[in-house]
Design a protein around this ligand. Sequence first.
Ligand SMILES: [Mn+2]
Length: 331
Amino acid sequence: MIHRDSTMNDITNISKQIADLINKHQNFWVTTHIHPDGDGLASMLLMKLLLEQHSKNVIAIVDDHIPRKFDFFHSFHEIITDVADGRLGQPDIVFALDASNISRLGDIEKIIPKSATLINIDHHVSNDYFGDINLVVGEASSAAEVTWQVLEYCNVKMNSNVATLVYSGIICDTGRFTFPNTSARALDICSKMVSEGASSADIADKIYFRSSQSTILGLVESLSTLQFHYQGKVASMVLSNDFMCKHDHIDTEGFVDNLLAVDGTEVEFFMKEHNKDCFRVSFRSKNHVDVNEVAKIFGGGGHRRAAGATICGDAQTVKLKIVDALETFFN
Ligand SMILES: [Mn+2]
């Protein structure tokens, strides 16, 4: 199969297929990736809202802990995080939002019935088209932007819940409108969402201005490990599992973005030791390095300017492996 980005024509055709499937079926699951972020959660809950407007039975399930800062998202408290939950039932259709491959769904991969139609809606260039239907738009700012296109096609009834979710998904994935994926289209959609009732100040307050003390201490700890490589072109930092275990509720999303502030860096990476000797690594790039390619070396992926991978080993070994992998760009 040729993997290519969905064109405008495809988007309309695939949206039509999705609309037909929604009409024909009654039982749905919506899900997103492990380590869920604002974009994945917003996209998943947007699809849930659309389906509920069509009087469907919808289960939102994520195989991971959900960061509390998103607790103002509509139906946040209905998200099921236990893959053995008795309420799951049998879905006819499963929507996977913001996931570049099936293993990103964690154990949900194992419980999707063979009979269900899997619909993959995403914006990662690394997406491997794992769905029965795939709507992948690599140039979209966010999965929320792609999901919004489907919702518009399906004539979603607008309200402030829809507007808040679309706006939130886009600000999370554009780094509050600072990353290169902040397109005119993304801003146009956000402008429309503000006129439909999304409050940019309230949303920023909730997502960005109520970090727990542990999170700020975790940031201080991470920054204290800051190191530069290749004459300052690469910056790295680490947060150990020991520290994570001593403090509850450390939300490390966005930690790596602090390194983007350093003048002269091209690649930034942050290693979070989520289990002993196993690191979740987030990569960022400012200009010419495609960190999706770097993450792929380690079995991960993402976008040109933002990607991630899981790498196991002790901290020093993992850091050296990454620095070595970057050598071709900086020597
Ligand atoms: Mn995303």
